[in-house]
Design a protein around this ligand. Structure first.
Ligand code: ZN
Length: 252
């Protein structure tokens, strides 16, 4: 799927809210997901994926005092291909800064979180899949619990990062869980393409939801209209409301 197809169409939130399948998902706690001896490693293909997909989970894990590592695979410099305002040079600097601010807003101060930048090319992670696997081998441990975007999420980089994570996880024996992000846009609420049998909900209390919402607002480059290209922002209000529900979904 192309980004135009996954980014701007949209299943309305009320459709998700009336989904019988979504309503009946079993709950899982962060304590169960990441045992006390384990470290949680969040893989973000682009700066913002860590918050959109698991901004709640990250907060709950921090509250449980779990060791946390964030691996930002690319710097997100390809989000505005036709823009003269958001050039790739500018995005490559600003988007990681937006992530830093978002993590601060979640209450994850840098000394409690190890943050690694992969430097892989935005939109072309698949071209460097073997390099990404070697990169992950140097950072991941068998006792880690890894969170990656879902392999079927629809974005080429999300798929590549998931492929690498699942492959290395299998090799070293680390648990790898998948998180849907763009699927909330393109999938329908009873969509058979989603792996419902593996889906679990992590419930977010009001405070956790509020912090996640505040953190998402740090991604100005993704939220503001761009007059130079006339394109709507990657994160439009309808996309955001689907990503700001009272739970996050994890495919185990
Ligand atoms: Zn992404």
């Amino acid at each position: 799927m192309k980004f135009e197809d996954i980014g701007h169409s949209g299943t309305p939130l009320h459709a998700w809210k009336s989904s019988a399948r979504l309503a009946s998902l079993p709950a899982v706690s962060c304590d169960e997901l990441v045992p006390s001896h384990a470290r949680a490693v969040v893989l973000a293909p682009h700066p913002d994926d860590e918050i959109l997909g698991s901004g709640g989970i990250l907060q709950l894990l921090a509250r449980l005092k779990r060791n946390l590592m964030l691996i930002s695979v690319t710097n997100g410099s390809a989000s505005h291909p036709e823009s003269t305002l958001w050039t790739s040079e500018r995005l490559g600097i600003i988007r990681p800064q937006e992530s830093a601010e978002a993590l601060r807003r979640l209450g994850l101060y840098m000394n409690g979180l190890q943050w690694i930048h992969g430097g892989f090319p935005d939109n072309h992670v698949a071209d460097r899949l073997d390099d990404l696997k070697s990169f992950l081998r140097t950072y991941l441990r068998p006792t880690d619990v890894v969170f990656t975007p879902w392999r079927g999420d629809g974005h080429v980089d999300h798929q590549a990062v998931a492929d690498a994570a699942l492959s290395v996880g299998m090799e070293i024996g680390a648990a790898v869980y998948e998180v849907p992000i763009w699927a909330w846009n393109w999938a329908s609420p009873e969509d058979p393409r989603l792996p419902w049998e593996r889906a679990h909900k992590v419930h977010l209390d009001r405070w956790t939801q509020a912090r996640k919402r505040h953190a998402i607002q740090a991604f100005a480059s993704q939220l503001t209209p761009d007059p130079s290209s006339g394109q709507t922002p990657p994160l439009n209000p309808a996309t955001l409301e689907r990503l700001q529900q009272a739970f996050e979904v994890v495919f185990l």
